[in-house]
Write a protein of this length. Structure first.
Length: 200
């Protein structure tokens, strides 16, 4: 994400224990509220959020929320975020709060060595209107049927130079087509195995 324009001098990144980066902006005229809690993102979290914020296939609400978290981490005030995104001022505040409440699960998954697709699923689930219990998202029978149908297609139909799907490529294609907003390769593999067992 390009550095926010406006009343800012520079972006400073300070390393914290070699694990995370706090992104802060020095403001001239529009300082953050003294009561606003700072958002700290690890490099992996920032990378995933940036990818989500630039996505052309994910739901617009996810794109918008990822952008809010990035801007919050950069110290951009709620009022300025609202102006740029064309939303009410409560929305950036609400989603910053939601992120701060749920990010512990993302941090824990990252410390446990979660693969990038699993970490992305955690982040997208946190940004989605979904239960925040930490359990995998539930999918409708129609979505499961579409996932099974996709798995039966040759990867070449999707422009991939392979003869068999890998769980990772299949999960990426499912997200790309908009079948699901987020799903990890591991979760998709489990769904497909259950689907095959049910039809056996």
């Amino acid at each position: 994400l390009d550095p926010p324009a406006g009343n800012h001098e520079r972006i400073e990144r300070e390393s914290f224990s070699g694990e995370a980066w706090r992104i802060s902006l020095v403001h001239r005229e529009v300082p953050m509220s003294r009561t606003a809690r700072a958002v700290t993102l690890s490099p992996s979290q920032l990378s995933i959020l940036t990818a989500v914020s630039r996505s052309r296939v994910l739901a617009q609400r996810l794109v918008e929320r990822a952008t809010m978290i990035i801007l919050s981490a950069a110290g951009v005030p709620d009022a300025e975020q609202a102006r740029r995104l064309g939303v009410d001022e409560q929305r950036p505040r609400r989603w910053r709060g939601r992120w701060l409440v749920g990010v512990a699960a993302v941090d824990e998954a990252e410390r446990a060595g979660a693969a990038e697709d699993e970490l992305r699923e955690h982040i997208e689930r946190l940004l989605a209107d979904a239960p925040r219990s930490g359990t995998p998202a539930k999918f409708s029978p129609e979505q499961v049927a579409q996932l099974i149908s996709l798995a039966c297609e040759p990867p070449s139909d999707s422009g991939l130079p392979v003869t068999h799907w890998t769980p990772d490529e299949l999960a990426k294609e499912a997200r790309k087509r908009g079948i699901v907003e987020s799903i990890s390769a591991r979760h998709l593999d489990r769904l497909l195995k259950r689907g095959r067992a049910a039809t056996a």
